[in-house]
Structure formats: C-alpha cells, structure tokens
Design a protein around this ligand. Structure first.
Ligand code: NCD
Length: 328
C-alpha cells in the first residue's frame, strides 16, 4: 500500500501488523531518549484545512520522534483564504521537497484526490476527510482496545479465552452522532476486520441512509443495547454541532433530551460490565454526550487513546516511508 487513506483498505493481517509496529514504537517511547533516527532527512508536510488538536499534534510528534523534518500548514492564515485550490496548494508544498503529506480536509475524498490525481507522487496519509474516513483514529482505538482486551491472550475479565492478536470476540458499542462521524465509519471497518462485533447506537436522525453494507448492528436504544450486548468497550462520539448548524440544525429536540437518551453517565456506566472501558476520540462535549464523572471514571481510556495516537502515527509513517521500503 502506498498511502493510508481508509480503514477499509486494511485487511486483518495488515491491521495486526500496524498495531504490532505501534506497540514496538510505544516501547521506544518509554526510553529516556525518545527519538529514533529512522526518518532522518525526510520531510513530512501536515496539511490541515480543518481544525484539529490531537491529530495534528500527534502526527507532528510522531514525525519528530522519527527524526523527520515537519512543515505544518493550516488553512487559516494561508492563501487558501485567498481562493487557492487544493491542487495549487499541494504543488506548492511539493516544491518544498515533501516526502509524505498528511491531510485533513472538510471534503470527503480529499485525501483520495490528493493521492490519485497525479499532482504529487509521495505517500498520502488521511487525517480525516469530511464525514468519510479517519484511519489512524480507528487504529489508535483498536490499539487501545486490544491492549485492554487481550494484553496477554486472555479476556480482560481474566477468563481463559485465547483471543490471538486481534479483537476476535470483542463487543463494542459506538454511540451518538454516527451521521457526521468519520470515526464511527473507520472503526466499524477496522474493528470488524479485526474480529470485533460492533453495535452502533444513535437516534434515527443521526444515522446515515443506506447502511446496508455496514458490517454492524444498529440500535436506537442505548439502555437496551447496554443490557443485551454486555460490551467490552463503549465509544462515545462527539455531537458535531459545527456540521449540524451547517445543515440547518434540528437533529434532536434539545441537548438535555439528547443527554438523557444517548449520554453516558455513571448510572449507565454501572450497567456496563465491570471490565468494560470507555472511549471517546475527543474533543469531548462534557455534559452533552458524556458527563464529567463518566469522562473521568477510572475505566475511561480517553487520555490513553491520545498517547496511543502518537505510537500508531509513528508506525504508519515508518511503514510507508522507512528506507527499507514501503511495508504496508
Ligand atoms: C475526531 C475527528 O476530528 O474526526 N477527533 C479526532 O480526530 N481526535 C472526532 C471529532 O472531531 O469529533
């Protein structure tokens, strides 16, 4: 694979290989000197046309820990506001000698276009394109769940169930604004490729039309899903208000009603199996899709997810760019 554009492109063994590489990267991050010489002399360009905190910072940290040079581009304050096209922006960046491009864009398919339009000839890593895909987020979520779920080949509750190196048998519930979420799409693709069973829970207004080819179950009732699925992990999605207001609003009656029906609180946390973890890609709307108490609960893995994001992005950059040749 030359690029990392979609979680759908990762077959089971490739996904396991990226996760194993990410674990190897994480091990190096426990050393006093965190920097590896692997990508010395290479230049990574981060092209961010949409806001980001975690993804942008962790791609930058990952590239720097591998000794690459990093050029950060953010659409705000650039010539994009003067009407410059993606093509001209990309070619300008290439003229500066990029060896890989990380792109986040509000348009679905932007990363694919950049990779295949023939404007540039270096690996492209998709850091989120509209409501479509966010493959490194799915990888860091899978890394987080795999660590917890099968750290040594046994289930998290200690039962002697050999799980192998994937997520075979894990039950995951993803809750909330699925309609606008590239994180949900990417996680359904990747987690099911790794053997997990995913249930999406959302109000009907926040589910996309035409989900026939989605490899997951769908429920409108969070309390019922928590009871019947008995999940190993519950992933809460951010209510994407910026995309809702662009569409004219009206996706749910009021924030209070949304929280009541679909928010994670300690009462719902108590219904989950004791071993189950809570995940959220961030940024969290505390008080809307998750209460502060549930976000800060000992079973919350939100901060661990951010740390794993650096390891996964180091792995992706390494596998696509290291001198040994493209290994993805
Ligand atoms: C997600 C994103 O940007 O898609 N956040 C992230 O990458 N950490 C989810 C979100 O914005 O809700």
């Amino acid at each position: 694979m030359k690029h990392l554009l979609s979680a759908k492109d990762l077959a089971h063994d490739e996904a396991v290989m990226v996760l194993d590489t990410a674990e190897a990267m994480a091990a190096t991050q426990r050393h006093a000197v965190k920097k590896l010489p692997t990508l010395r002399g290479k230049t990574i360009v981060n092209l961010f046309f949409e806001d980001s905190t975690r993804t942008r910072l962790s791609f930058e940290a990952a590239a720097k820990r591998l000794s690459a040079d990093v050029i950060n581009f953010s659409a705000k304050g650039s010539s994009v506001s003067k009407g410059e096209s993606l093509k001209d922006t990309a070619q300008t960046i290439m003229a500066m000698g990029a060896d890989a491009v990380v792109i986040r864009h509000s348009a679905c398919g932007a990363a694919h276009l950049l990779a295949h339009a023939g404007w540039i000839d270096v690996p492209v890593l998709n850091a989120g394109d509209g409501t479509h895909q966010h493959p490194t987020q799915a990888l860091l979520d899978a890394m987080t769940l795999r660590r917890w779920y099968a750290p040594d080949g046994t289930a998290a509750d200690g039962s002697p169930a050999p799980r192998g190196r994937d997520l075979g048998g894990a039950k995951v519930i993803i809750v909330g604004d699925v309609l606008h979420s590239r994180v949900a799409r990417s996680n359904v693709d990747l987690m099911t490729a790794l053997g997990a069973h995913v249930t999406l829970v959302a109000p009907p207004t926040l589910l996309p039309v035409g989900m026939d080819d989605w490899t997951c179950d769908v429920s409108f009732d969070l309390d019922e899903a928590l009871e019947t699925v008995q999940p190993d992990a519950v992933m809460m999605l951010r209510v994407q208000r910026e995309r809702m207001s662009a569409a004219g609003g009206g996706f749910f009656p009021s924030p209070a009603e949304y929280s009541q029906a679909y928010g994670l609180n300690l009462a719902r946390r108590a219904v989950m199996p004791e071993h189950a973890i809570v995940m959220h890609p961030g940024p969290m709307n505390r008080g809307l899709e998750i209460t502060a108490e549930a976000a800060d609960d000992p079973r919350s893995r939100v901060i661990e997810q951010v740390g794993n994001g650096v390891s996964v992005r180091m792995a992706a950059l390494y596998l696509l760019l290291a001198d040994e040749g493209n290994q993805l």
